[in-house]
Design a protein around this ligand. Structure first.
Ligand code: DAT
Ligand code: MG
Length: 134
């Protein structure tokens, strides 16, 4: 067990739908602490750096258009095992398969608009926090 920091983002669909408060509230009620936050619109260069592992995938053009298509809320959250805890609260990537009770399972329907991003490992968290807050 260790206190970790993780990078969480409410994506453009979540901001557009007015779900910022819902996402923040769920993480706060879990006991995590919001330590940094910033509203921004991601440009194509930052999108490619953030999603470096996906830039060669066939869905990347649609992912880039989506993630740059409106403001996002970029955040740092701190707490015990926060990387894994946030991933569990988010649910799996495809909202149709995400369990009820999770953010994606309760609030999403399309894999292309899945409301929230959370780092998948402590190394990813450090890299992504550096991109958005460095
Ligand atoms: P996650 O966001 O759960 O970490 P990921 O890193 O595999 O998922 O993918 C990043 C984002 O790319 C994901 O949130 C939505 C989009 N995506 C992933 N797989 C996709 C697919 N098969 N078709 C369309 N978009 C996809
Ligand atoms: Mg991922």
């Amino acid at each position: 067990m260790a206190v970790q920091r993780t990078f969480v983002m409410v994506k453009p669909d979540g901001v557009r739908r007015g779900l910022v408060g819902e996402v923040v509230s769920r993480l706060e009620r879990k006991g995590l602490r919001l330590t940094r936050a910033r509203m921004l619109t991601i440009d194509p260069d930052l999108a490619a750096r953030h999603y470096a592992e996906h830039t060669q995938r066939d869905f990347y053009p649609d992912l880039e258009a989506f993630i740059t298509g409106g403001p996002v809320l970029a955040m740092e959250w701190e707490g015990e095992e926060s990387v894994e805890v946030v991933r569990a609260l988010m649910g799996v990537t495809d909202p149709r398969k995400a369990a009820p009770g999770t953010i994606r399972g309760d609030l999403g329907l399309l894999v292309t608009e899945n409301i929230v991003h959370g780092s998948d490992s402590p190394a990813s968290a450090a890299r992504e926090l550096g991109l958005f807050f460095g």
